[in-house]
Design a protein around this ligand. Structure first.
Ligand SMILES: NC(=O)C1=CN([C@@H]2O[C@H](COP(=O)(O)OP(=O)(O)OC[C@H]3O[C@@H](n4cnc5c(N)ncnc54)[C@H](O)[C@@H]3O)[C@@H](O)[C@H]2O)[C@@H](O)CC1
Ligand SMILES: Nc1ncnc2c1ncn2[C@@H]1O[C@H](COP(=O)(O)OP(=O)(O)O)[C@@H](O)[C@H]1O
Ligand SMILES: [K+]
Length: 488
């Protein structure tokens, strides 16, 4: 599990740790890790041209001390001071003492740089790059240098992943002690490039519950449902899929495709696209009548491709089993009906649907994913999975970390892939996972399946994502097998 903590939490932990260490030791740990990472990226330090972009805080201090270490190993290091009268004094003295220089013309040194270290702002920054830093950050991006952000790409909001103005686009970010939410959530995550964590000994001082959590293979493996000796198809869980319409029969097929690969013992399809479903999946149980007459299920999925035929939504919400509401099912959604439910509800909007539920513009949701998913979960008293470039899952209980899916791929931005996700998630719900786990495990497997299907980056169809789910499942399960062997 990768975990991220808010700035306030990181600062408290840092203060606790610093109180146990000699003055300046923590910054030296950070700088040593940073310099080592830069050396790795450069391959050869001797003779390399390194440019440091230095702001007014300790983030600049880290960059200056790391620059000094690289200068001692023979790199030509120049510092661009963006706030010359507030530059970290110890860091600057270390750099000049090691033979580093202060650049007169930032654009000249950037034009020939091999590596740029962004030490403009870290966790103390807010509100995008200041105007004087913007042309410098752009020149860094436009150069041939590898751009490395110190702790965070300058200009992004550490706590939310929002980018409220210009920010520096890095190829890599070397983060100290802990991830910050912005390193795991778009749009900021995109600015960070590849993120590497440097251990500065912070972990024992961080609280046990993070702000954001991102599952990894081993975590997902532990959550996958698995049949046991006494299992039969009913005990494994039956998922009901109320999806598709005369106008959109494909959504039904895709939702069933996802559901058949999600661990439930049987998939019941209810709606007007039964023929299309059965033609593709003879194993599906098909009903044309109302959901209440379809037979017992352990979880419902309602919404994909319903078009205007949304009559089933209220009926399904009145049931006493977990319900996933997606797509067209979200339009007629009544918050009080959702809040009244005794069983869990999982809403899976994309940004446009989330915006309609919140009464804001789509762009606002995309810019502030974390705030949006939290607000929806609290307003509806439901678990919410917000789809898109970073899929987030928030539980109605705000005390749980929001889960950020690390496994997405933009190749998933193809019509119908959300239907596959809805079916898959419903199947996991029917198999017994809670809404929070089902949502995050499904997003993970769905993203991994899409990566498999688009191997080496070829366009994929949503049907292929469904077909690739068993491969993704196997991949994740291998992590469990490795752990079992390790633990004897
Ligand atoms: N406290 C410590 O001992 C440690 C701190 N560390 C480093 O310290 C950083 C935090 O340092 P600070 O708290 O000094 O804060 P920062 O260095 O992140 O930035 C704060 C300074 O930037 C200015 N500023 C804020 N927003 C700005 C913007 N948009 N554009 C330009 N300037 C802006 C502020 O006026 C302030 O002077 C961490 O990100 C990390 O890099 C690490 O060295 C680990 C140890
Ligand atoms: N840029 C992106 N990066 C990663 N995943 C994306 C991106 N855009 C969309 N997705 C994913 O693709 C799926 C699309 O679902 P949805 O928007 O409901 O489309 P549809 O209604 O066509 O099925 C979701 O799982 C979403 O998270
Ligand atoms: K930075």
């Amino acid at each position: 599990m990768r975990t991220a903590y808010r700035v306030e939490t990181v600062r408290t932990a840092e203060e606790e740790l610093m109180a146990q260490l000699p003055e300046g030791a923590l910054m030296q740990r950070a700088a040593a890790g940073l310099a080592a990472a830069c050396a790795g990226l450069l391959g050869r330090v001797y003779g390399a041209r390194v440019v440091l972009l230095i702001g007014s805080g300790a983030n600049g201090g880290d960059a200056l001390y790391a620059g000094a270490r690289l200068a001692r190993r023979g790199a030509g290091v120049s510092a661009v001071l963006l706030a010359p009268d507030r530059t970290h004094p110890g860091g600057l003295a270390a750099l000049t003492g090691a033979g580093g220089r202060i650049a007169d013309d930032p654009f000249e040194v950037l034009a020939s740089a091999d590596l740029v270290l962004d030490g403009i702002t870290g966790i103390g920054g807010s509100g995008g790059l200041r105007p004087d830093a913007v042309p410098v950050a752009r020149a860094a991006r436009g150069s041939n240098a590898v751009v490395v952000a110190v702790d965070l790409p300058s200009g992004v909001e550490a706590d939310s992943g929002e980018v409220r103005g210009e920010a520096l686009r890095a190829d890599a970010t070397i983060a100290f002690g802990a991830y910050k939410p912005g390193l795991l959530i778009d749009p900021a995550r995109e600015y960070a490039g590849t993120v590497r964590l440097v251990d500065i000994g912070l972990e024992p001082h961080l609280p046990s519950v993070p702000e954001i959590a991102a599952l990894q293979h081993e975590d997902v493996a532990l959550l996958l449902p698995e049949p046991v000796g006494e299992s039969d198809k009913y005990r494994r869980g039956v998922v009901g899929i109320a999806a598709g319409s005369a106008r959109y029969p494909g959504a039904a097929v895709l939702a069933v495709a996802g559901a058949l690969r999600g661990g439930a013992g049987a998939v019941r399809y209810v709606g007007h696209a039964g023929e299309a479903v059965i033609a593709r999946f003879p194993e599906a149980l098909v009903h044309a009548g109302p959901p209440a007459k379809a037979g017992r299920v352990q979880a419902w999925v309602v919404g994909p491709g319903l078009g205007d035929e949304t009559g089933a939504v209220a009926e399904i919400l009145a049931s006493d089993v977990p319900v996933l509401v997606d797509a067209d099912g979200l339009r007629p959604l009544d918050a009080s009906a959702v809040r009244r439910r005794s069983a869990p509800t999982l809403l899976t909007p994309h940004a446009g649907e989330a915006a309609a539920l919140l009464g804001v513009d789509r762009a606002e949701v995309e810019a502030a994913r974390l705030a949006s998913v939290r607000e929806l979960a609290s307003r509806y008293g439901a678990t919410v999975l917000l789809k898109g470039s970073t899929t987030l899952v928030a539980a109605p209980d705000g005390a749980l970390p929001v889960r950020a899916n690390p496994m997405g791929t933009p190749w998933l931005a193809t019509a119908g892939s959300g239907d596959v996700l809805a079916g898959l998630t419903g199947s996991l719900l029917a198999a017994g996972l809670g809404a929070y786990d089902a949502g995050s495990v499904a997003a993970y497997l769905h993203g991994l399946a899409a990566r498999h299907a688009s191997a080496k980056g070829v366009p994929i169809t949503s049907y292929e994502v469904g077909e690739a789910l068993p491969g993704a499942w196997r991949d994740v399960q291998d992590a469990r097998d490795v752990r079992d062997v390790r633990e004897g």
